[in-house]
Design a protein around this ligand. Structure first.
Ligand code: SF4
Ligand code: SF4
Length: 181
């Protein structure tokens, strides 16, 4: 919603125990041990023989927090939800976003991107564009299969980046939960 204040959930100050890293080390070792013994039990009992995903025949369902390539949210009429404020362009550490704003004279939104390009050969899927966007207009998708034979094919234009809002519902709900929006 335009003008809405979004409170980003930040971590509380770390205590001495957390600063010692010991609980995190134990937590990490517990996760590793859990996977190890679960796989070992599956292997010994014969219940689980394959430990590798047979890509591309098999695909895994990534968790909600997974960050694939950033895409633009398309509204029902196909227009981008983006208002070309430029915050994501500013926040992007690799400067791979290029926005040219334009005016929307007959709309309460007033601004829209005339150009919105992302150079995927430089994008590092960090998600800072998504985090900085006040409009939920750019989100990280599940898409990772974006290989190309040359750099020019990695330049994604607005038309290539637009994805209907309904198809991004899972990610949008995750973001609202994560940032308590
Ligand atoms: S994911 Fe990170 S590197 Fe990629 S466009 Fe967004 S801010 Fe830039
Ligand atoms: S995607 Fe979001 S942050 Fe980036 S220009 Fe559009 S409204 Fe602003």
């Amino acid at each position: 919603m335009p003008g809405q204040v979004i409170r980003v959930k930040r971590r509380e100050k770390l205590g001495w125990l957390e600063r010692s890293y010991v609980p995190m080390l134990v937590q990490g070792l517990a996760v590793t041990a859990r996977h190890f013994f679960r796989n070992l039990a599956g292997f010994v009992t014969g219940r689980r023989r394959d430990f590798v995903v047979q890509f591309p025949e098999e695909r895994i369902d990534h968790p909600d927090a997974f960050r694939g390539m950033p895409v633009l949210v398309a509204l029902e009429d196909g227009r981008p939800r983006c208002v070309a404020c430029g915050l994501c362009e500013f926040a992007c550490p690799t400067k791979c976003i290029d926005i040219v704003p334009a005016e929307l004279p007959d709309s309460p939104v007033e601004r829209t991107p005339a150009v919105f390009d992302i150079d995927m050969s430089r994008c590092m899927f960090c998600g800072l564009c998504e985090e900085s966007c006040p409009e939920e207009a750019i989100v990280m998708s599940q898409e990772v299969e974006i290989a190309g034979f040359d750099r020019s094919s990695m330049l994604f234009t607005m038309e290539q980046l637009l994805v209907p809002e309904a198809m991004l519902d899972r990610r949008l709900r995750f973001l609202r939960r994560e940032y308590e929006r």
